[in-house]
Design a protein around this ligand. Sequence first.
Ligand code: ADP
Ligand code: MG
Length: 323
Amino acid sequence: QKTIDNIAAGEVIERPASVVKELVENAVDAKANAVTVEIKDGGMTLIRVTDNGIGIPKDQVKTAFLRHATSKIRSVEDLLSVSSLGFRGEALSSISAVAQVELVTKTAESFSGVSYKIYGGEEEAFDDIGAPDGTTFLVKNLFYNTPARRKFLKSATTEAGYVEQMMVHIALSHPEISFKFIHNNKNKIYTSGNGKVKDIIYHIYGRDVAGALIPLEAQNEDVKVTGFVAKPYVSRGNRNYESYFINGRYIKSSIIYKAIEEGYRTFTMKHRYPFVCLDFKIDQELLDVNVHPTKMEIRFRNGREIYELVVDAVRAALLQKDL
Ligand code: ADP
Ligand code: MG
């Protein structure tokens, strides 16, 4: 069983950013409205995720770390549903197989909290403890027992960059939740949770980007797209200024990339890629869910239609403004 857990862990948990992603998604699923992520050394020595969500009842703490333990719906189709981010029940078992995990959690109904320590899949301690409502995960020394895997990690700075990118995507897709991200005791990201995507863009990308935003909204029978494009003078040499979400989940899509490029084509840009942040509401049936759960590539059944919708919407948005 341990070997199986380790193999499975490799699929889901590649690096600190994947740990953070799974833990933050769990916090979101637990209805937290404030989530703090603190990492040290790119997350390789320490990752701490604290939320004020519903907590885990004492009698469910141990089972939450078993493979395929999930309190959520578990169909593959649920992957891109609005309701719940996690569904596979693999994250906690995978993380605890390859790191030293310490959990403190408390539900509102319970008088005391629980502290649980599980190192390399082996239980170390299970105690009652005073704690605020919510959950804190501490993940220490990722891949300490799988040195081969540790070798694939990049520098602390690079790994921290991956975590930060991921935090940006989660923050943008959950404007109603306040996020804090701290690396080596330095505050990197703070969002207020006031529900306004524009404020988050301001905090993360700065005033120049926020000042250049044009709201975009378009829809047809199958798809609704909302968000912002920026005036063409705000551009970059890479795609770090582009974020796309489907039903609230960050994705990558070559068809959307192409549509954006086409939409901006007739405008003069300094660099190749514009700032864009768009959320697509689309029926699951029109998505190819036959993709690996941790990969963010997505394919649309009606790619052509999406392409045209986006091109037209971008052009219309840009044309209606003084650029
Ligand atoms: P999944 O999210 O796919 O259900 P996980 O392995 O990520 O599987 O988590 C297992 C279970 O542990 C979840 O279904 C949930 O019940 C519980 N859990 C994990 N993290 C939290 C959290 N931060 N707050 C409340 N419950 C949590
Ligand atoms: Mg999960």
